[in-house]
Design a protein around this ligand. Sequence first.
Ligand SMILES: [Zn+2]
Length: 178
Amino acid sequence: MVLPNISYDVSYRNIKYPRLEFKTGKLLFILPIGYEPNFFLEKHRKWIAQKSEFIRKCLKASSGRKLVKRTDKQFRNLVYSFVNKTSEEIDVELNRVFYKRMKTKWASLSPKRNLTVNTLLRHLPNKLIEYVIFHEIAHIIEKKHNNKFWKIIIKKFKNYQRLEQDLFIYWFQVAKKL
Ligand SMILES: [Zn+2]
């Protein structure tokens, strides 16, 4: 597979293994100090090409997505209602909910069962907010993204792959606010 004009940035960090990031839609190679970018590109050519194609599609789709208008209060009420609903549905209890503007994730769960919600989630449709919250709370039962985890998810969100992709698409829209 050829890579038609793949442009990328390189960032060297004190890490062991090379990795890729697509935060803003542009490829970023994060490489161990002294690592040759061309070597990385050659070694993972096919995978990088597939990833780039996926990003290109998402970027294209993102311009057609409308962001939702709701106030901060409406957003927090919505989050709490989904937190309560989900806790009941999968029978686990969350400790506290925090809000923070984050640059790399929609939400995260701490070992102390505290949920941190990205405030940028405020602009997304209800269904995606519900999915993000359900996903994080399900991590109380299973930390890893393994079969056991996806089984919990699929019981409620049969189309979770589609939702994951939608989250990606919306990220490009919302990232403009960063
Ligand atoms: Zn997860």
